[in-house]
Design a protein around this ligand. Structure first.
Ligand code: ADP
Ligand code: MG
Length: 346
């Protein structure tokens, strides 16, 4: 499959700008996740890439093919893009087989070989082929929708929040099946999601959309560890943000003096600490905190703390194995270095 390059893409509906200049490169055979608040233009961007609507300005290239430039637009059916919408994607009065082979040349439709291959690819049993969409679970429906999108061997696959209607258990399984089908076909893909864990665990790069632009586009570990600003830090993952004073690469805040990662910042700042960086001890010399509340998740727990003397609230994430008692007093330390943002930008 091919690479996608989008440059300077803008789109307004009436007087309302939705996309304000999107630059996005998705290398061939890689997976990009897009995150952003509802209404920020994620679906609009996918629709422009697919050719269902045209941008006001900008260019869209699929490998060597220019899909849109200077008002000239290649129609959707010639872009060779597979599209998996959020829900209601399947034709209700057609069988699974007919849904999947819908976009295939007639001889492929009849042979059944390609159908079996596609069912296999998305982890569905062949017995399902004769069923109708209403006879399938939500997860099965989404796998069928993906199989249909992959059937004509598209150059690029776009998935618009394909798992959001599924409940947790089904979601995890479906997500895994879809990811492995995409990897098996060497797909170049964009996944729009509002699930951070989904974005971080599946994608080669994660883009955060904000105000009609891509605020950041980076590999998962980079975007989590090095968010460009406090807003992105808060949007992707839990963040403890504390006012601080930075001098000589060290930030002094309610949790002590912490080493700052790659910053030439000095003066008033806001430091970013991830909840898993907070360690609790029964004794020691660190700042003291009162344990206020514990949310237990099994594999780990969120421990809400009130840090003395100023009474600042922070949340630590600990393994669920050894947890403090609510109401007890603990010492807090921070492991690893922290990021600092200028306070006015935060
Ligand atoms: P997201 O997918 O990020 O939730 P959308 O791309 O669906 O956001 O929508 C972005 C904005 O554009 C919203 O304010 C929405 O109301 C508006 N919008 C989307 N499509 C149209 C349309 N066809 N006509 C007018 N406004 C639209
Ligand atoms: Mg949307």
């Amino acid at each position: 499959m091919t690479a996608l390059t989008v440059q300077g893409l803008t789109k307004s509906y009436g007087a309302v700008p939705v996309l304000a200049g999107i630059d996005l490169h998705v290398p061939a055979r890689t997976f990009t996740a897009l995150l952003g608040p509802s209404g920020c233009g994620k679906s609009t961007l996918l629709r422009l890439i697919a050719g269902f609507a045209d941008p006001d300005t900008g260019t869209i290239k699929l490998g060597e093919q220019t899909a849109f430039a200077d008002g000239r637009s290649v129609p959707p059916q010639r872009r060779r893009i597979g599209y998996v919408p959020q829900e209601g994607a399947l034709f209700p009065h057609r069988t699974v087989a007919a849904n999947i082979t819908f976009g295939l040349p007639r001889r492929h439709r009849r042979s059944g070989h390609r159908l079996d291959e596609l069912l296999d690819l998305v982890g569905l049993d062949q017995a399902i082929a004769r069923r109708f969409p209403h006879e399938l679970s939500g997860g099965q429906q989404q796998r069928v929708a993906l199989a249909r999108a992959l059937a004509p061997e598209p150059e690029l696959v776009l998935l618009d929040e394909p798992f959001s209607a599924l409940d947790t258990g089904l979601r995890e399984d479906t997500r895994r099946a879809v990811a492995s089908a995409l990897r098996a076909t060497d797909a170049t893909a964009i996944l729009v999601t509002h699930d951070q864990a989904e974005a971080l665990s599946l994608a080669d790069q994660v883009g955060i959309m904000r105000d009609g632009r891509l605020a950041q586009l980076d590999p998962p570990a980079t975007i989590y560890r090095q968010p460009h600003d406090a807003h992105i830090a808060r949007f992707l993952g839990d963040a403890v943000l504390l006012p601080a004073e930075v001098t000589d690469g060290a930030a002094t805040c309610a949790l002590g003096t912490l080493s700052v990662r790659t910053s030439n910042l000095a003066g008033p700042a806001e430091v970013l600490i991830r909840p898993e960086q907070l360690l609790l001890h029964r004794t020691g010399s660190g700042p003291t905190a009162t344990v206020q509340e514990i949310s237990y998740y099994g594999h780990d727990a969120a421990v809400r703390l009130c840090v003395q003397p100023e009474g600042i609230g922070v949340t630590a994430r600990l393994s669920g194995i050894e947890l403090p008692e609510p109401g007890s007093t603990v010492r807090v330390s921070v492991t690893g270095d922290v990021l600092a943002f200028p306070r006015d930008r935060a």
